[in-house]
Design a protein around this ligand. Structure first.
Ligand SMILES: [Zn+2]
Length: 214
């Protein structure tokens, strides 16, 4: 039997006569981009395909138990420190600062960068209430001092938030003797560093713009 959201009470804005199904819908409804209608459709789809649902539950439980953030760089990892932070062949004096853990992926796929990363986990955004104390700038400073970092490359989006964050880091590092640079243009505006192709990323890296010595 196939359930369909159109036949259900949910289509009319009502609730199912099943607390278990209502709980599932409410859980899914909390996910990004899912309203009540999409959550209902997804819940019914999962009930139709119990095998998929079981696999999903197991995958989520395993990921929740094993996946975390690297305590050094903030990247997504199962081991702590992550493989990049614990690889002696990766240059510890060169740090690429990115906003999100997914921004590390195109660099690693392109495989030209031999330094390490610092993942901020967000960008400064006064409008959204993201302030400097909400991001790990203290950890960035500690790494810079501990490993005598000589170059910081800002690989941040060219959005208002990216610009604000870049400027903040530039000021933060102004009394330290290191080179600060930004990726050259060619990275799409407003987000999409993670979706930039390898050639564009490498070109933007090679032509990175020096912001002067701190
Ligand atoms: Zn790491």
């Amino acid at each position: 039997m196939t359930w369909d959201a159109r036949d259900s009470g949910a289509a009319a804005g009502g609730e199912f006569q099943s607390p278990a199904l209502e709980r599932l819908v409410r859980s899914l409804q909390g996910l990004p981009g899912l309203g009540r209608k999409s959550a209902t459709r997804l819940a019914l789809h999962l009930l139709d395909r119990r095998q998929d649902a079981t696999e999903l539950v197991e995958a989520m439980a395993e990921a929740a138990a094993r996946v975390g953030h690297c305590s050094v760089c903030g990247a997504i990892t199962e081991a702590d420190p992550c493989v990049i932070c614990s690889d002696p062949r990766r240059e510890a004096t060169q740090l690429c600062v990115v906003a999100s853990p997914v921004d590390v992926l195109p660099f690693e796929k392109a495989a030209f960068y031999r330094g390490r990363y610092h993942v901020l986990g967000g960008l400064l955004s006064p409008l959204d209430g993201v302030r400097a104390e909400d991001l790990p700038f203290d950890r960035l400073l500690a790494r810079i001092d501990e490993h005598a970092v000589s170059e910081v490359i800002l690989a941040l989006d060219t959005s208002v938030e990216g610009e604000t964050t870049a400027l903040y880091i530039q000021r933060l590092l102004s009394d330290r003797a290191l080179n600060i640079s930004r990726l050259a243009t060619g990275i799409p505006v407003g987000g999409a560093l993670a979706y930039t192709d390898e050639a564009t990323l490498q070109r933007a890296f090679q032509h990175r713009t020096g912001l002067g010595e701190g």
